[in-house]
Design a protein around this ligand. Structure first.
Ligand code: ZN
Length: 157
């Protein structure tokens, strides 16, 4: 089976929350695509419940596109400790962290249920499984810990 860069990470060596650039790949026409590890919870020490993670996903899908150029996709890890962020080009980790902080701050302080995008049966594949309360509490918790610019050391927090 193919090697996967994400699985080569020593998950016992990191200090979440952090942003880490996993890889930059270049397509046949020269376009660069970056893959980021947006880690919110220390691996194997906890996980965000599915409903809260789902609501964080919906909000970040919109807010990140407002605050970071080239967003292609942000999707939760199956382990529920964070997200993959895929972008065009090579945005700086500091800029990714700023955009993610903006999204989590909005969830923590501002957003009401009416602001969460795409939470109906037409727009979402499991619209009943959302929790703004959980998303808000986890966002506060992540922001209080600070989002590091380095996976292995607490930088910029
Ligand atoms: Zn959904």
């Amino acid at each position: 089976m193919a090697d996967v860069a994400s699985f080569a990470l020593d998950h016992t060596a990191v200090h979440a929350p952090y942003i880490r650039r996993i890889a930059v790949e270049t397509g046949p026409r020269g376009d660069a695509i970056s893959n980021f590890d947006v880690r919110f919870v220390q691996p194997n020490a906890g996980e965000i419940p599915t409903a809260g993670l789902h609501t964080i996903e919906h909000v970040l899908a919109s807010v990140l596109r407002d605050h970071l150029d080239g967003v292609i996709d942000i999707s939760p890890f199956g382990c529920r400790t964070g997200f993959h962020l895929i972008t065009w080009g090579e945005p700086a980790v500091t800029d990714v962290a700023r955009a993610v902080r903006t999204g989590l701050t909005a969830i923590a302080d501002e957003i009401t249920w009416d602001d969460v995008p795409g939470v109906d049966a037409v727009s979402c594949g499991n619209y009943r499984d959302h929790s703004l309360h959980s998303a808000r509490e986890w966002s506060k918790h992540i922001l209080a810990q600070g989002i590091s610019l380095d996976a292995f050391a607490r930088v910029g927090v």
